[in-house]
Design a protein around this ligand. Structure first.
Ligand SMILES: NC(=O)C1=CN([C@@H]2O[C@H](COP(=O)(O)OP(=O)(O)OC[C@H]3O[C@@H](n4cnc5c(N)ncnc54)[C@H](O)[C@@H]3O)[C@@H](O)[C@H]2O)C=CC1
Ligand SMILES: CC(C)CC(=O)C(=O)O
Ligand SMILES: [Mg+2]
Length: 351
């Protein structure tokens, strides 16, 4: 589902990489194109049409570009591209959003932080994706005391917190065994409950060291000393913001992939960034985040960590060759297009 803006350019490269890596392997993938976001609104009058809903439910995995474009900003909210993205996440129950942020050594100087602060960085943000203020009812704009008032609702029940907590504890068990739960428990009741549930779960994962941090401090610590973190677990809105922030530790938002998983093993894979209308159609978008999301697709939806690693190694090789899109351009490197990065990754797969 390419979506809008740079979506078609970057998914084209990721699909080429996927096709190349499965060629000659014992995995067969069949691909179907789907409409979502503004592209779906133009064709079907809805950002998440029924046909897309069916395709999503039938697929083992969805690879998505991005949605949104200023031309849709005047539409009624339920028709806007972003609602299509929220709708597919809700439809598939994709509550667990994994956003790994790591700094590849070739990009040590591309990060906006000093190399010693970020070198070797490898953190995982586990973001709750189907609850919180993005979905809470009631919501809207109403008339109160003679003026318009916008309102949104944030709620989380214990079950929602527990299931994302388990994903995060299990991820931490497989990594550095440190989990930081980020909330705003000094102000919000949703966060108070969040912290209580995380503390309760901790007893079941004695090998994981659980800590808590308020989100404002976490935003500061992420740029002060990001390597203090191993796994971060947080709610939808905080995770959205903190993961964009963490992407800059990796050199560019164009480097940050994501996997969104449900309880049945289905997944949706997309870069963490948006549709970048400011650079759409110019062939300059970095496709690495989408290509790395395709690697996550093979790992999580098809159990093929071996093929995922081949893609990840090919991305490292391309960076080591000095090929760069403008967002990660450094002195002495060669600036190339979106398509050239995709082709270089295919060539580096070593089929
Ligand atoms: N998952 C999704 O589909 C998301 C959609 N959006 C939508 O995208 C549209 C634009 O939103 P923005 O706030 O501008 O966020 P954005 O992530 O699209 O862009 C922010 C900045 O990062 C740059 N950028 C993003 N991806 C890049 C890439 N692969 N290579 C190089 N540079 C890249 C853009 O050029 C821009 O300067 C809006 O309609 C928004 O609602 C925003 C975030 C996520
Ligand atoms: C429509 C937004 C919630 C998308 C976004 O910013 C994200 O998921 O990172
Ligand atoms: Mg976001």
């Amino acid at each position: 589902m390419p979506g809008d803006g740079i979506g078609p350019e970057i998914t084209e490269q990721a699909v080429n990489v996927l096709k190349a890596v499965v060629e000659g392997s014992d995995l067969e993938l069949s691909f179907t194109d789907g409409l979502i976001g503004g592209a779906a609104f133009d064709a079907e009058g809805q950002p998440f049409p029924e046909i897309t809903r069916q395709q999503a439910n039938e697929a083992d995995a969805v690879l998505l570009g991005a949605v949104g474009s200023p031309q849709y900003d005047e539409l009624d909210r339920p028709l806007r591209p972003e609602r299509g993205l929220l709708a597919i996440r809700k439809e598939l129950g994709l509550f667990a959003n994994l956003r790994p942020a790591m700094l590849y050594s070739a990009l040590a100087d591309a990060s906006s932080l000093k190399p010693e602060v970020v070198s070797g960085l490898d953190i995982l943000i586990v973001r709750e994706l189907t609850g919180g203020v993005y979905f809470g009812q009631p919501r809207g704009i109403r008339e109160v005391d003679g003026q318009r008032e916008g309102f949104n609702t944030m709620h989380y029940n214990e079950g929602e917190i527990e299931r994302i907590g388990r994903v995060a504890f299990e991820a931490a068990q497989k990594r550095g065994k440190r989990l930081c739960s980020v909330d705003k428990a000094n102000v919000l009741e949703t966060s108070e409950l969040w912290r209580e549930v995380m503390n309760r779960l901790a007893a079941e994962y004695p090998d994981v060291e659980l800590s808590h941090m308020y989100v404002d401090n976490a935003a500061m610590q992420l740029v002060r000393a990001p390597k203090q973190f191993d796994v971060i677990v947080t709610e939808n809105l905080f995770g959205d913001i903190l993961s964009d922030q963490a992407s800059m530790l990796s050199g560019s938002i164009g480097m940050l992939p994501s996997a969104s998983l449900n309880e049945k093993g289905q997944g949706l894979y997309e870069p963490s960034h948006g549709s970048a209308p400011d650079i759409a159609g110019q062939g300059v978008a970095n496709p690495m985040a989408t290509i790395l999301s395709a690697a996550m697709l093979l790992r999580y939806s098809f159990g093929r960590g071996d093929l995922a690693e081949r893609i990840e190694n090919a991305c490292v090789a391309v960076l080591d060759q000095g090929l760069r899109t403008p967002d990660i351009m450094q002195a002495g490197m060669r600036q190339v297009s979106t398509a050239e990065i995709g082709e270089a990754v295919v060539n580096a797969l070593g089929n």
